[in-house]
Ligand binder design. Structure first.
Ligand code: AMP
Length: 118
């Protein structure tokens, strides 16, 4: 079955239609700097294959989701915030504040982050 076209901004980045500051990539995942950084380090980790959100991840996406989290940790290490600490966040749906319909994990670090989030 033909895969549905990914018309999100992240689909455009994956196809090379718009630029992104890519900091890591492998066969399953791509990580790039957020265009509106909320912390000195703000990287988005996304799967190449479109999954709309964590809520849309199917049972056979478990390995992919685990891989994405491993990539988050590797990116934090690469960006030099692993020791000082950082946060990994995924927003889901309207109340979660999700604005791009393609699963992504935010890796935020380089400053002390407040809790709870707003
Ligand atoms: P969320 O609001 O959790 O769905 O996160 C989407 C994130 O994508 C936001 O933090 C945006 O700043 C970011 N974003 C939107 N467009 C781009 C882009 N072209 N390149 C990099 N990050 C982007």
């Amino acid at each position: 079955m033909a895969e549905q076209r990914n018309d999100t901004v992240f689909g455009m980045i994956l196809r090379g239609e718009i630029p992104a500051d890519i900091v890591y990539e492998d066969e399953l995942a791509v990580a790039f700097r957020d265009i509106a950084p909320q912390a000195p380090v703000h990287v988005l980790v996304i799967p190449r294959r479109r999954v709309r959100s964590l809520a849309h991840a199917a049972a056979d996406d478990q390995a992919l989701v685990g891989h994405l989290l491993s990539v988050c940790a590797a990116v934090a290490e690469q960006e030099g915030v692993a020791e000082s600490g950082y946060r990994v966040v995924t927003n889901i749906g309207e109340n979660g504040g999700q604005s791009v319909d393609h699963l992504h994990f935010h890796v935020l670090g380089g400053r002390r982050l407040s809790w709870p989030p707003g």
